[in-house]
Design a protein around this ligand. Structure first.
Ligand SMILES: *Cc1c(COP(=O)(O)O)cnc(C)c1O
Length: 226
């Protein structure tokens, strides 16, 4: 087995354990292999090991990789996106995890419409309120979700958050729990937002216990260098 096949097997076991602690079906949890630290050749090996969801966060690194490997998996843009780079991401990335303004949503919609593309979007919510983090504040969520009804090429599929980077893993649990509560509140109002993108290498098991359906794993799965 390649190193990635071994690591994904280990991670799948950890996912199954986390699911069993809370009575979830592990099939509900999709792993996005974050390849932002590694080169195209290593990304190819990750795909060949059976990790078919690939996450990238910088346009200038992602596009050359996609141009070589785009048809081999499903691509997720997970990082902050400037409006003038939206055209690079549309048509390549099926998922965008970091939607955080209506201007960006309008730009993505325009680009998708022009090329007849679709894009599944996660709304990034700054649950922790850290000034260094991107995302809308929870109080803005309702209006934002209502405005998404104006768009037909980009589809809101869920909410995303990043937990604080802290050695105390249990400090992140309330952040994930709040995102899930926000999702439930939207669902009570009949907005369909089925997915939660939350959990990274340090905290994915806690995120799964709190309801994550997509975990974004870089260092623990792909590593931090080629
Ligand atoms: C880098 C990154 C990840 C993966 O981080 P690890 O801690 O290496 O797993 C996940 N999500 C986003 C948005 C990232 O930028």
């Amino acid at each position: 087995m390649t190193q990635f096949a071994e690591r994904i097997t280990e991670i799948q076991q950890r996912i199954e354990l986390a699911c069993s602690r809370v009575g979830r079906d592990p099939k509900e949890v999709e792993v996005v292999a974050v390849t932002k630290y590694v080169d195209t050749e290593t990304t190819k090996q990750v795909l060949e090991s059976g990790c078919l969801h690939i996450g990238e966060s910088r346009v200038q690194h992602a596009v050359p990789k996609w141009n070589q490997l785009g048809d081999k998996g499903t691509w997720h843009f997970i990082g902050h996106l400037q409006r003038n780079k939206a055209k690079e991401v549309v048509g390549r990335f099926e998922y965008f995890h970091a939607l955080e303004s209506l201007q960006l949503a309008a730009e993505l919609e325009k680009r998708c419409a022009a090329g007849n593309h679709k894009m599944k979007c996660f709304l990034q919510v700054n649950v922790s309120g850290e000034k260094t983090k991107f995302g809308i504040s929870p109080v803005e969520l309702n209006d934002f979700v209502r405005s998404m009804a104006n768009f037909s090429h980009i589809e809101l599929v869920g909410l995303m958050t990043m937990a604080p980077n802290t050695p105390n893993r249990e400090e992140v649990r309330p952040i994930f729990r709040e995102l899930r509560d926000l999702q439930r509140e939207l669902q009570r109002q009949k907005f369909a937002v089925p997915h939660l993108s939350m959990g990274m290498s340090q905290d994915f098991e806690i995120a799964i216990e709190e309801g994550a359906t997509f975990v974004r794993l870089g260092s623990v799965l792909v590593g931090t260098s080629s």
